[in-house]
Design a protein around this ligand. Structure first.
Ligand code: 8NA
Ligand code: MG
Ligand code: MG
Length: 309
């Protein structure tokens, strides 16, 4: 199981990076055949903020042994300052710089945004996959997901979505370790019950209904909504994964070819799928061209070793 878990953890990070990079290209090339040609001709598949932050979270879990909010905030801020061109949303850079300026931890500043509501963007969920890989299930997973989210996303919806995405990744890993395929319908119904906000309950309910009656993806996307708000993008990413959990190309197609926040949808769905099938089952031609491939794989292995099965 040690080797299997290492493969799944590396798969989660490389799956996130591939979804992120290919999804970002899909903004410019939204037509499938043209997109695949561009991807096949790319020497390097360059990821964005989603994966850059997931990398920091994986490193924090592997090196610090858990989520220490002050240390993780410092890691996120340092990664942003080193690579501010990754395409961050408007909130996080503001939080990092204000926290630095006032000598306060990021999570205190995050709570002041949007009139004291905090952000409900998908930025907490987009990076949370390493928490799912590390904890896999239970109260410790929920707690770590929420704590990691709070550094930039104080809003209940932003945190609730991060918990559900982390649970999805955790289930992807536990089912793979047990040698089971995942029952998407059943998982989606469990996630409806796990949701704590009315918004996430409602949107996950749409996902559960669509998986049981086979509603086509474009109608599901329309019903859920296509904004960067966590309750629109995160349920659609989970849906894209659950409708074909072992088929990475089908998962990415659904996540990135139905409009909305393409890089982030594909990063989240791709991370869950990679966590389920492992690095060894990801499309080899794509994985070979993932930016910082060796770093991502090494970090996946370190994460698996720090949180053994
Ligand atoms: P964020 O916290 O700044 O939120 C993202 C957006 O949601 C911002 O425009 C906010 O103004 C809006 N928003 C958040 N909370 C509220 C609220 N309570 N009330 C009203 N509006 C609100 O950043 P984030 O880290 O959540 O964002 C992640 C996204 O940014 C990902 O898509 C990532 O790829 C990146 N990104 C997005 C785009 C895009 O979709 N246009 C472009 C580049 C980068
Ligand atoms: Mg991005
Ligand atoms: Mg995005």
């Amino acid at each position: 199981t040690g080797e299997t878990l290492r493969d799944l953890a590396a798969g989660a990070l490389v799956g996130c990076a591939l979804g992120d990079a290919i999804g970002e290209l899909a903004f410019v090339h939204p037509e499938r055949e043209a997109l695949l040609r561009v991807v096949a001709g790319s020497h390097e598949l360059v990821y964005t903020d989603d994966t850059a932050m997931a990398v920091e979270l994986a490193r924090a879990l592997a090196e610090d042994g858990g989520v220490d909010r002050e240390r993780l905030g410092e890691r996120f801020a340092a990664a942003f300052e080193a690579e501010p061109w990754r395409g961050y949303g408007p909130g996080p850079p503001k939080i990092f710089r204000t926290a630095q300026h006032r000598g306060k931890p990021c999570h205190e500043i995050a709570a002041l945004l949007h009139g004291g509501q905090g952000s409900l963007g998908n930025g907490a969920a987009m990076r949370v996959a390493p928490v799912g890989v590390a904890y896999r299930t239970g109260a410790a997973l929920d707690h770590a997901a929420r704590a990691s989210a709070s550094i930039t996303h104080a809003h209940d919806i932003g945190q609730d979505a991060a918990v559900l995405q982390a649970r999805t990744v955790g289930l992807a890993v536990t089912h793979a370790l047990a040698g089971n395929t995942l029952d998407g319908e059943r998982v989606s119904r469990d996630l409806v019950r796990a949701a704590q906000t009315g918004e996430m309950q409602k949107k996950m309910g749409i996902v559960a209904a669509a998986l049981s009656d086979g509603t086509p993806p474009e109608r599901v996307a329309h019903a859920i909504g296509r904004s960067v708000a966590a309750h629109e993008s995160v349920p659609f990413a989970i849906y894209a994964f659950l409708r074909a959990p072992a088929d990475f190309e089908a998962v990415l197609d659904c996540a990135m070819l139905n409009g909305g926040d393409r890089d982030t949808l594909a990063a989240m769905a791709g991370a869950a799928c990679g966590a389920h099938i492992g690095l060894s089952a990801l499309p080899a031609a794509w994985a070979a061209h993932a930016e910082n491939r060796e770093t991502l794989i090494g970090l996946g292995h370190a994460l698996a070793d720090a949180f053994p099965a």
